[in-house]
Design a protein around this ligand. Structure first.
Ligand SMILES: Cc1cc2nc3c(=O)[nH]c(=O)nc-3n(C[C@H](O)[C@H](O)[C@H](O)COP(=O)(O)O)c2cc1C
Length: 372
């Protein structure tokens, strides 16, 4: 399959990870790329470089050890600030700069940044011109379809962006006022795709390989961007790539593979943020993993109450060790062959599994290594 090109960069896949503040930090980006995401954009960083000394911005600007294209997203409304931030990000070694005109958060929109900018096309023009002329690396843009249903100017913004030199466009198919609720407007994304020649990535509510295929067909987009669907199952990218290219649905990772993926993810979070913040960030990700694992409620309950990195690793190891020994493994194996519409859904817990659990828990406890 032909994959899109962004400036000099030929993407390895047309399935991208969406930027998500508080979530798409370097450990999660690397994980998603490891499972086949063609590009993974950072969480948004303010264009006000005076704020970059804050710990939050420092974490968002980490580019060392990125296992693929380094893409930093900036949010701001002052063309001069955008220009300075773009230059500084290029100086940090980024491959691509992404401009955020999609975020609906009140905190961001109050400053007329994120999706609020879609209300002021002249300002959009100035911001994009400032960014593109400041750097020699590609600048991409992420938008919504407009401010509200009465002002769906996504196609006009897209055409303007292309004429200014924006290298690719991601479109969350909702207006700002629709937040995350209304149906995604595939027809508006299709209209945008028809208006411009740069790569267009359709975004919004894609959670399965089959949905990705439908969105690509309905919109004619060059690729899709996945946000919430990847949380707790970064291997979704493998499944989507496989479905689109070979019409095959691969098994999700085995219990042991999931254990190792999650343990490595947790360790990377502890390392990036330090143990205090790392433990808190890890709780979020672990909770999403648990949403895809039948019978993980007690484990999650205990995990999110732990305050030490070592304890988080230990309890995770122990849980998966138990899972491996019990019928949960069989449940997961069966779920891999589940219905196409719900690519990966653990089956409801069975009485047999519950009965066998206590006996096997004791056995697992004796065999578990110590992380402290
Ligand atoms: C928690 C959260 C944080 C987000 N942060 C950003 C962000 O920093 N920059 C951005 O452009 N979009 C952000 N978004 C929007 C997503 O990139 C994406 O457009 C949206 O979630 C719709 O895609 P999805 O249905 O696949 O999640 C965020 C969304 C969520 C849920």
């Amino acid at each position: 399959m032909n994959t899109p090109r962004i400036g000099p960069h030929q993407l390895s896949s047309n399935i991208l990870l969406a930027p998500m503040a508080g979530l798409t930090d370097q450990p999660f980006r690397n994980l998603c790329r490891q499972f086949g995401a063609g590009m993974a954009t950072s969480e948004m960083t303010t264009a006000d470089t005076a704020m970059w000394r804050s710990r939050k911005s420092q974490h968002r600007l980490v580019l060392d050890n990125e296992n693929g294209l380094k893409v930093i997203q900036i949010a701001g409304s002052d063309p001069q600030q955008i220009s300075e931030a773009a230059k500084a990000i290029e100086g940090l070694g980024a491959d691509i700069i992404d401009i955020n005109m999609g975020c609906p958060a009140k905190k961001v929109c109050k400053k007329l940044a994120g999706s609020a900018l879609l209300q002021d096309e002249q300002l959009v023009k100035q911001i994009l011109e400032a960014a593109v002329s400041a750097v020699s690396i590609p600048v991409t843009l992420k938008i919504r379809t407009g401010w509200d249903l009465a002002h769906r100017n996504g196609p006009e913004i897209a055409a303007m962006a292309e004429s200014i030199g924006i290298a690719a466009l991601a479109v969350h198919g909702r207006t700002r006022s629709c937040m995350f609720k209304a149906d995604v407007e595939y027809d508006t994304i299709a209209e945008i795709k028809q208006r411009i020649d740069i790569p267009v990535f359709a975004n919004g509510d894609i959670k399965t390989p089959q949905q990705a295929a439908v969105v690509l067909e309905k919109t004619g987009a060059d690729g899709v961007m996945i946000g919430r669907g990847a949380l707790g199952q970064p291997w979704l990218f493998t499944a989507i790539n496989s479905w689109l290219n070979k019409k095959l649905l691969p098994n999700p990772p085995s219990i042991i593979e999931q254990r190792d993926i999650i343990l490595n993810h947790l360790k990377a979070l502890h390392e990036l943020y330090g143990s205090n913040t790392g433990v808190r960030v890890a709780r979020k990700h672990l909770s999403w993993y648990c949403q895809h694992i039948e019978g993980a409620a007690e484990f999650k309950y205990s995990f999110v109450r732990l305050n030490s990195a070592e304890d988080q690793l230990q309890i995770t190891f122990d849980f998966f060790d138990r899972c491996q020994s019990t019928e949960a493994a069989a449940d997961l194996a069966a779920s891999r062959h589940g219905e196409l519409g719900s690519w990966y859904q653990a089956r409801k817990s069975s009485p047999t599994r519950k009965q066998s659990r206590r006996r096997l828990e004791n056995r697992a406890r004796q065999n578990s290594p110590k992380f402290s």
